[in-house]
Design a binder for this molecule. Structure first.
Ligand code: FE2
Length: 253
């Protein structure tokens, strides 16, 4: 799968995906029309589908103009069909949808919004997770409960370790500050923070990441870590309690 990262707005990433076998194309979360239209025109591409992870404006604002110009079909979660502009194809939790010759598994991950889903390209081992998991962070809880967000983040964590993760925003540098504050003795994290600084100083993306990378460094996937629990004075708490504490601390960090 050929994945092109398209920076949009101030810190969003949209993705233009090309299946080299079937030549089918899709855009994941078009944050705006202009940046996508420029990329499509410059590269003389066609668009078959738009895939939306959730209804927030900075993930769907390009939907209608792109559909109008390129006659593509818009794909999203069936329970959020009233909030996804121009939706044509509705998908259910755990459904498999064919993109060319590739199976995409749909996972419902409520919390950031109630209708949030992520797309797992099982053969290519890539996932588009929207605003559920970020590199070194996770999404804010806007509509669901903190408990729902925990279970949703754990669904992403359960993907195979080598899975390549594409998320909706470039928040990595600020997320890193929070991780370091509560996981200061993590050497892998320290190394990663230096890599992030180098990338961002050149205005390069820190995305994609991998599940393995996140398990080693993203504090929200490390709620079972003894050192972190000690730093939070939550040695005897459950993983979910640690997650909720971290999410609330991050809300005000
Ligand atoms: Fe969002």
């Amino acid at each position: 799968m050929n994945v092109n990262l398209i920076p949009c707005l101030s810190d969003n990433y949209s993705y233009f995906v090309i299946d080299p076998d079937s030549k089918k194309t899709c855009i994941v979360d078009p944050a705006e029309f202009g940046a996508l239209d420029n990329f499509i025109t410059k590269n003389k591409l066609t668009v078959d589908y738009i895939l939306n992870t959730h209804h927030h404006a900075d993930h769907v604002d390009g939907n209608l103009q792109l559909k109008e110009k390129y006659k593509c079909k818009i794909v999203g979660f069936e329970k959020d069909k009233s909030r996804i502009p121009g939706i044509d194809i509705t998908l259910k939790d755990q459904e498999t949808w064919m993109f060319g010759n590739e199976e995409i598994k749909i996972h419902h991950v409520p919390g950031h919004t109630m209708g949030h889903i992520f797309f797992h390209f099982t053969k290519s081992k890539i996932a588009f997770v929207g605003d559920t998991l970020f590199s070194l962070g996770c999404g804010r809880v806007f509509e669901g409960s903190y408990e729902e967000m925990f279970h949703s983040v754990m669904k992403v964590k359960k993907l195979p370790a080598e899975t390549i993760i594409y998320c909706g925003h470039e928040y990595t540098a600020s997320n890193a500050k929070f991780c370091i504050a509560y996981d200061p003795s993590n050497k892998t994290l320290e190394k990663r923070v230096n890599e992030i600084k180098t990338l961002r100083s050149k205005n390069l993306p820190t995305i994609p990441t991998t599940i393995k990378n996140e398990i080693d460094t993203n504090i929200f996937l490390r709620c079972d870590n003894r050192e972190i629990r000690k730093n939070l004075s939550l040695e005897n708490s459950s993983d979910i309690e640690v997650f909720i504490k971290l999410r609330k601390l991050k809300d005000n960090f």
